[in-house]
Ligand binder design. Structure first.
Ligand code: ATP
Ligand code: MG
Length: 402
């Protein structure tokens, strides 16, 4: 699949962008703070309905537009897929902002005195749809220098990584994920009420069942994806850094920590989950929080059985992160039959020349790749010959004439 046309209105530092995108490789070059990452973020948003950087969607709306009576930020993309053409639109509307104070309050990190709510409207082929219907229409694999945190950072980052990748491929996964978080929230509230003698222990059983049903699906799907990613990442990692040992991935289920590798079956998983909940009940009530389930799972990366999240050097972690992302792209292609769109934000500068040329070779196999860079030095001439070069400056994009 590829995006043939992208238009942005009042998105970040783009007040008005109308961009025709070629299939294959586009290199976006520009100085710092010109809008390179913002452009990739826009595409990521169209794919996942979420930004990878902010929690407050108001930050996506152009500052100067925030002073308008009814600020509207709009992203529209035309996509060509083998299954047919597609148009996607996201509009963000910010309601009730006193003129003049929006940007000031925003920059000081405060909300304006009249609180504004951001309303998101999504259209797929012109028809208003829910966010859940948008996700998966186009698949993207984002690469950034922060990917290294997937290997060495908090477990929550790894769960989020697996959740986003799975949600892009499986709408049912996203529904179960949302359900799981709703249930978790309710169940935690109930546990606190039980601890304070304001609710009865019997009330837990309904929420336990809900938690087990939604959670088992998440566990099994994550487990399956990790097994598939491991296979693909092993080969890639071998080519990238054969000297660093054989890469293995371990999905650690919190419902049965001692469990070795094996096929996760949904029924077996649900039974184990239910038993673990029973065993943890008193502890959960005492602490007033759900201690068992996929919200406590982790994913570990091992090279010759050494945990690279803990002992890996930055270079080793970076090579694993890169292998993982390339594996993910490969996995998406094999699952859907469509090429995912690769978004590479400034990743070349961090790599040595061997990894750089390996990465360039690997991404060139995909139908559409968008890469940002401050300098073109890191690209080899042959690669640049295949690419369309665009210059990004102050929220405007123009063909680069070298
Ligand atoms: P770098 O090379 O440093 O990564 P970049 O080209 O990727 O730079 P972006 O992250 O895309 O830069 O940001 C470009 C500019 O957009 C920044 O100066 C940022 O402050 C600005 N910006 C971010 N959000 C908004 C917004 N809501 N309205 C207007 N400008 C914004
Ligand atoms: Mg950037």
């Amino acid at each position: 699949m590829h995006i043939s046309h992208l238009s942005l209105t009042n998105f970040r530092n783009y007040s008005n962008l109308d961009l025709v995108l070629p299939p294959h490789i586009t290199v976006l070059q520009g100085d710092n703070a010109q809008g390179k990452s913002n452009l990739l973020e826009a595409i990521y948003l169209l794919a996942t309905s979420r930004s990878y950087r902010v929690t407050n969607e108001r930050e996506l709306i152009n500052w100067s537009a925030l002073q308008d009576e009814l600020p509207v930020c709009r992203l529209v993309a035309d996509i060509q897929k083998t299954s047919g053409n597609l148009s996607l639109e996201i509009a963000l509307m910010n309601k009730i902002v006193a003129p003049g104070e929006a940007k000031d309050a925003f920059l000081r990190g405060r909300s304006p005195s009249k609180p504004a709510t951001t309303h998101k409207r999504i259209r797929v082929n012109g028809v208003v749809r829910r966010a859940i219907d948008l996700v998966g229409q186009i698949n993207v694999v984002p690469f950034s220098v922060q990917d290294i945190n997937i290997i060495g950072g908090e477990p929550a980052l790894r769960r989020r990584y697996l959740d986003i990748a799975n949600s892009q491929l499986d709408p049912h996964y996203l529904r179960q994920l949302q359900r799981y978080h709703r249930v978790l929230w309710q169940r935690n509230r109930l546990l606190r009420q039980i601890a304070e003698h304001q609710a009865n222990v019997d009330e837990l059983s309904f929420w336990d069942q809900e938690l087990v049903q939604a959670g088992s699906y998440l566990i099994v799907q994550r487990d399956l994806m990790v097994a598939a990613l491991e296979q693909l990442a092993q080969d890639i990692h071998g080519e990238l850094s054969s000297e660093q040992g054989r890469l293995t991935l371990a999905y650690l289920r919190n419902i049965d920590k001692e469990r070795g590798k094996g096929d996760s079956q949904i029924e077996e998983t649900a039974q184990v989950f239910a038993r673990s909940l029973d065993a943890a009940r008193n502890k959960e009530i005492a602490q007033g929080v759900s201690l068992v389930g996929p919200h406590r799972d982790d994913l570990r990366f091992l090279a010759d059985d050494v945990d690279m999240g803990i002992f890996g050097s930055r270079g080793q972690q970076r090579a694993i992160a890169l292998s993982l992302k390339l594996a993910e792209a490969n996995f998406m292609l094999s699952k859907t039959g469509e090429h995912p769109i690769l978004l590479l934000d400034d990743v070349l500068s961090e790599l040595d020349s061997r990894r750089r040329s390996h990465l360039l070779q690997s991404v060139a196999r995909y139908q559409q790749v968008l890469m940002t860079a401050t300098e073109l030095d890191h690209f080899d001439a042959d690669f640049l010959k295949q690419a369309v070069l665009l210059g990004v400056a102050q929220g405007r994009i123009q063909p680069l004439t070298s």
